[in-house]
Write a protein that binds this ligand. Structure first.
Ligand code: PMP
Length: 284
């Protein structure tokens, strides 16, 4: 039995029904979050929930629950669905109303839905590394919002997958911004580079953890944009996300990264991330 959270209720999946007039369906008018579950425990849930509220505020959407209520709801989904390793997905839309672009008047209640799913850590890929493909960043200019409107990301990811790659790397005006659903990092001469957190990228929670771990490990960090040309000659490349953790990149377009194997600093960060998960879980 799969239990979903829909509009304030826990419901079996078979009984979930969502209106065709939901603005998420028509416009992608809403925001979302994904929280990883390790050993039955939510990982960095407060950071994810805080970002959900930030994204919602940026599109002038008021979430009808408190942060504590949402964490409680997510925990209940994990328990009800007996999730050990997996994730909780949640989204909130501007609600159900006849289709007009402007916000509904009178205002309608937002529609909040969530579920929990099993999903193993991608350990094999984390050991071997993956290939990525550069694509033009043709997204809008508010990539800092975790919007449901993911058409550009969908198109980019599909293009990458069709070329046998794991991820698409967005390039805007010659500069690498981020992946279709990941943040990008490069290492050159021992220095870690990643795009600064501004309107051109989503400020990943994993990105923030990795930046903290890098500083703790004494790795020099520069949050500054780098070009695709620079990326192609980095010693190491990796990407981060809630589900991919610290994922080594061994090929960018037709160019092998470094020695074609996961880099040293990448592996160090991967290890630091893993031990940090077990500490969090053990200490929870
Ligand atoms: N950038 C984009 C565009 C994403 O969709 C994601 C995944 N949600 C990320 C970066 C990584 O963010 P996080 O580490 O919070 O999962």
């Amino acid at each position: 039995m799969t239990v979903y959270f829909v509009d304030g209720q826990f419901v079996e999946k078979e009984h979930v029904s969502i209106s065709i007039d939901d603005r998420g369906y028509y416009f992608g008018d809403g925001v979302y979050e994904v929280i990883k579950v390790y050993d039955g425990e939510l990982y960095t849930s407060e950071e994810h929930i805080a970002r959900l509220f930030e994204s919602a505020a940026k599109i002038k959407l008021a979430i009808p629950y408190s942060e504590a209520q949402l964490i409680e709801m997510a925990k209940q989904l994990v328990v009800s669905n007996s999730i050990s390793v997996g994730h909780v997905y949640m989204q909130v839309t501007r609600g159900v109303a006849p289709r007009v672009h402007q916000f509904p008047t009178p205002a309608v209640a937002p529609m909040f839905t969530a579920y929990a799913l099993d999903g193993a850590r991608p350990t094999e890929e984390m050991q071997k590394g993956v290939k990525v493909k550069s694509v033009e960043d043709f997204r809008w200019l508010r990539c800092d919002i975790k919007s449901l409107n993911l058409l550009a990301n969908v198109m980019a990811k599909q293009e990458a997958v069709e070329s046998g790659c794991k991820e698409a790397v967005f390039v805007r005006d010659g500069y690498v911004t981020e992946g279709a659903s990941t943040n990008l990092f490069g290492v050159k001469d021992g220095v870690l580079y990643t795009h600064p957190a501004n309107n051109f990228i989503l400020n990943g929670i994993t990105r923030q953890v990795v930046l903290r771990l890098s500083r703790e490990l004494g790795v020099a960090v520069r949050e500054e944009p780098f070009t695709l040309e620079a990326a192609l000659v980095m010693d190491e490349l990796f990407m981060t996300s809630t589900t991919l953790e610290v994922m080594p990149i061994i090929q960018l377009d037709d160019k092998m990264v470094g020695s074609g194997r996961p880099g040293e600093i990448t592996l160090q960060l991967q290890k630091a991330f893993a031990s940090q998960i077990s500490t969090v879980v053990a200490g929870a």
